[in-house]
Design a protein around this ligand. Structure first.
Ligand code: NDP
Ligand code: GDR
Length: 334
């Protein structure tokens, strides 16, 4: 019998890759999406990856518990992947309360809906390396103390703990993936990797000359979304729920990531990049480096795509998009 999965945040980067993976595995996939006046734009990623016709889209909002109970009742999922969130750290400083509601309390709404309407379902919570914030250890693992540095990270930390609380209180199969940054051609254009690869494409095609960036010294442990959604699925196939770090174990500065993107098309990054103070954050996460040893040991998970390969794939995809005037994301200002 094929399994049924419900994915919140299905219109986002990870939602698209996870839908593809689960469909390949024979799942029936339902995706929760918000009602929007611009519905056709929201499904762009699912279309790009070729699964739009195969995912059953269903309306609901993480802020509306009644809608979630209704959806879980209707779908009766075997597995629930809670990926929906206000995900942009910079925006969380401007909209801290919305971020708390969606990214934090929204997870409790989803847990409650599952507890009430499908208590046997396995649950995945999208936790984040941002919870380590001002990192208390050189390599961050499941046992590293948290030190959130943004409203986003604080909201994710609440969601992380409440998921563990539901696991212990109600014996739910609820697991948290503490995922380090992961990117792809489907990454939102405001995140730094995609902002860079899109700008590189425009500069290469003669459509732009410069790229404004903020803190070039920040270090991140960047992997590919395709590898990371596989890890999410692996967590829910375990007999017991638990928390796992997914990371590559390599940390790179924003400067070096940017250089790799310009190198890919034979341009010198220093001829085009300028630093802008307005792009710095009120509190920065300077250094992240994940230790995925537990995921490797227990799940058998390994990242397979390196940073340079991924950045190359992203630049190539943006060159293609920028050549096609009709692409929607290509018209979003960087
Ligand atoms: P995206 O920003 O690409 O997608 C976020 C999704 O959440 C979108 O589908 C969005 O819908 C949806 N959403 C936002 N608000 C609501 C709401 N009120 N009700 C229902 N849906 C909502 O994120 P990613 O795919 O990159 O990330 C997936 C999850 O993993 C997120 O929770 C993120 O915080 C977490 N994470 C991501 C990491 C990364 O590096 N990518 C690392 C660690 C954790 P819409 O299209 O309508 O805006
Ligand atoms: P992050 O991703 O905050 O790590 O959160 P982002 O790509 O936005 O920033 C990474 C680092 O780059 C620095 N930076 C810039 N960032 C952006 N967006 N734009 C710029 O111009 C710029 N210049 C420098 C930032 O200061 C930061 O240090 C992502 C999100 O996907 C979260 O939802 C997720 O939880 C974490 O990754 C893990």
């Amino acid at each position: 019998m094929s399994k049924t999965a419900l994915i919140t945040g299905v219109t986002g980067q990870d939602g698209a890759y996870l839908s593809q993976l689960l469909l390949e595995k024979g799942y029936t996939v339902y995706g929760l999406m918000r009602r929007s006046a611009s519905q056709e734009f929201l499904t762009e990623r699912l279309k790009w990856i070729g699964v739009l016709d195969d995912v059953n889209l269903i309306h609901g909002d993480l802020l509306d518990l009644a809608s979630l109970i209704h959806v879980v009742n209707q779908v009766k999922p075997d597995e629930v992947y809670n990926l929906a969130a206000q995900t942009f750290v910079h925006t969380s400083f401007d909209q801290p309360l919305l971020t708390a509601q969606v990214t934090g309390v929204g997870a409790t709404h989803m847990l409650e809906a599952v507890r009430l309407a499908a208590p046997g379902a396995k649950f995945y919570q999208a936790s984040s390396s941002e919870m380590f914030g001002k990192a208390q250890e050189k390599m961050q693992s499941e046992t590293t103390p948290f030190y959130p540095r943004s409203p986003y990270a604080a909201a994710k930390l609440y969601a992380h703990w409440i998921t563990g609380n539901y696991r212990e209180s109600y014996q739910m199969h609820a697991s948290c993936g503490i995922l380090f940054n992961h990117e792809s051609p489907l990454r939102g254009i405001e995140f730094v990797t995609r902002k860079v690869t899109d700008a590189v494409a425009r500069i290469k095609l003669g459509q732009a000359k410069t790229l404004d960036l903020g803190n070039l010294d920040a270090r991140r442990d960047w992997g590919h979304a395709r590898d990371y959604v596989r890890g999410m699925w692996m967590m829910l196939q375990q007999p017991t729920p638990d928390d796992y770090v997914l990371a590559t174990g390599r940390t790179v500065t924003v400067r070096d990531m940017t250089k790799a993107a310009f190198d890919h098309v034979g341009l010198n990054w220093e001829d085009h990049v300028q630093v802008s103070n307005r792009l710095f954050r009120p509190a920065e996460v300077d250094f992240l480096l994940g230790d995925p040893a537990k995921a490797r040991r227990v799940l058998g998970w390994e990242p397979t795509i390196g940073l340079e390969e991924m950045i190359g794939e992203m630049v190539d995809a943006d060159l293609e998009r920028r050549r096609q005037a009709g692409d929607v994301r290509a018209r979003v200002p960087a």
